[in-house]
Write a protein that binds this ligand. Structure first.
Ligand SMILES: Nc1ncnc2c1ncn2[C@@H]1O[C@H](COP(=O)(O)OP(=O)(O)O)[C@@H](O)[C@H]1O
Ligand SMILES: [Mg+2]
Length: 360
């Protein structure tokens, strides 16, 4: 199987491709800066150094927010043809902190209250109603660079004026007191594979390692783990880094990183996170290849001699008081061993549902 890792060629991407060579038959490191996407009414074409991008079984796209549109276009063009750990829209959502909040909210993920105002005049009015300190953020900022703290109304107002001069959109966010710490959770699929707690350098509110923060391995409690996994699901990312603040009542998500740096988390947890990514990509690619051949509903139905209809009527296999689901049913539902499944049993009726799938 062939993997392409499209990125800016940073250290994280290099270590992932190194580990991926253990699993994939070939791994191509593709420079995102040399990619073009062409679209007309008939097709979308991805070109690399002016030639069509070869076919791959898995394409993992990394890189900064500057390439969000390109990343979305590439994955949109490749969707269905190979395993992609992100949906096309993940790139535009996750690279914008406010769009991320909107998606998180749909799944009921806890977060600091966040405002986005149409005009500075409106935002200033809002500043008169909030408690201080307050956080102001550039939606596409990274490494702590777009995050500011205002202790009072006058300082918040002057920050807004400056942001307006630079024509810079911003978010106003409730400040969560965590003694300048945050949590970075690395999610692959439905698992948190590594987590660290970061602490900001003396007097600094931002705990990013790029701002001098230090990271220590951290064991997440069950609830926080669920929040991180749900956040990944909200932005449709199978691989990501979720930043959380430990609030008094619950852990709150502040952002989802699609290209989490690996050096900090690897040093803090002593885990080979690059290898986790590589192995996960390989397993999912295998699943994708299998599924695209035999995972279609109609084919499963045929294979098990059932008729394609909404309700499948059959005799149940009950042994020792335990109901065993027919294999075809397990395949159609795509339940996995590590899914959180709810069973609702009533007289003559059993509903089984995957709790990880969308909030109802
Ligand atoms: N609402 C908040 N309350 C308290 N601290 C915050 C808040 N938002 C961000 N921070 C601090 O600033 C850091 C950077 O914020 P984040 O939203 O993760 O942006 P970036 O993309 O720059 O990492 C966080 O890790 C955290 O330490
Ligand atoms: Mg962050």
């Amino acid at each position: 199987m062939k993997l392409a890792l499209i990125s800016l060629g940073g250290e994280g991407s290099k270590s992932i491709s190194k580990e991926a060579r253990k699993y994939f038959d070939s791994v191509d490191e593709v420079d995102i800066k040399k990619i073009e996407v062409r679209v007309d009414e008939k097709k979308v074409e991805v070109l690399y150094e002016k030639k069509p991008l070869p076919e791959y079984d898995c394409v993992y796209i990394r890189g900064s927010f500057k390439y969000a549109l390109l990343q979305r276009s590439i994955s949109s063009a490749l969707q269905g043809k190979c395993y992609l750990p992100m949906a096309p829209e993940s790139y535009t959502t996750a690279h914008d902190k406010f769009l991320t909040m909107l998606e998180l909210s749909k799944l009921g993920v806890n977060m600091p209250r966040t405002y986005f105002a149409a005009t500075t005049k409106q935002a200033k009015k809002l500043l008169e109603e909030v408690n201080y300190p307050i956080i102001m953020k550039i939606p596409s900022g990274t490494q702590g660079k777009g995050v500011m703290t205002a202790d009072s109304l006058p300082s918040a107002k002057s920050m807004l004026d400056t942001l307006e001069v630079f024509n810079q959109p911003y978010l106003i966010q409730e400040y969560i007191e965590t003694s300048a710490t945050d949590i970075r959770a690395i999610v692959t699929g439905k698992k948190v594979v590594a987590a660290m707690k970061r602490k900001g350098k003396g007097g600094e509110v931002r705990s990013n390692i790029h701002q001098g923060g230090t990271g220590l391995a951290y064991e997440l409690d069950y609830e926080t783990e669920r929040v991180a996994i749900k956040a990944a699901k909200a932005v449709k990312a199978d691989i990501c880094g979720v930043d959380l603040l430990e609030g008094v009542k619950s852990s709150m998500v502040i952002e989802v990183n699609l290209s989490p740096g690996l050096a900090g988390i690897t040093a803090a947890t002593k885990k080979n996170v690059a290898d986790f990514f590589a192995k996960f990509l390989f397993e999912k690619t295998k699943e994708f290849k299998g599924e695209s051949k035999e995972g279609k509903y109609e084919e499963i139905i045929k294979e098990f001699g059932m008729k394609p209809q909404k309700e499948v009527i059959m005799n149940l296999d009950i042994k020792g008081g335990r109901i065993r689901l027919p294999e075809g049913i397990t395949k159609i539902t795509r339940f996995n061993a590590d899914d959180e499944i709810a069973l609702i049993a009533e007289k003559g009726k059993l509903t089984i549902k995957d709790l990880d799938v969308k909030k109802e």
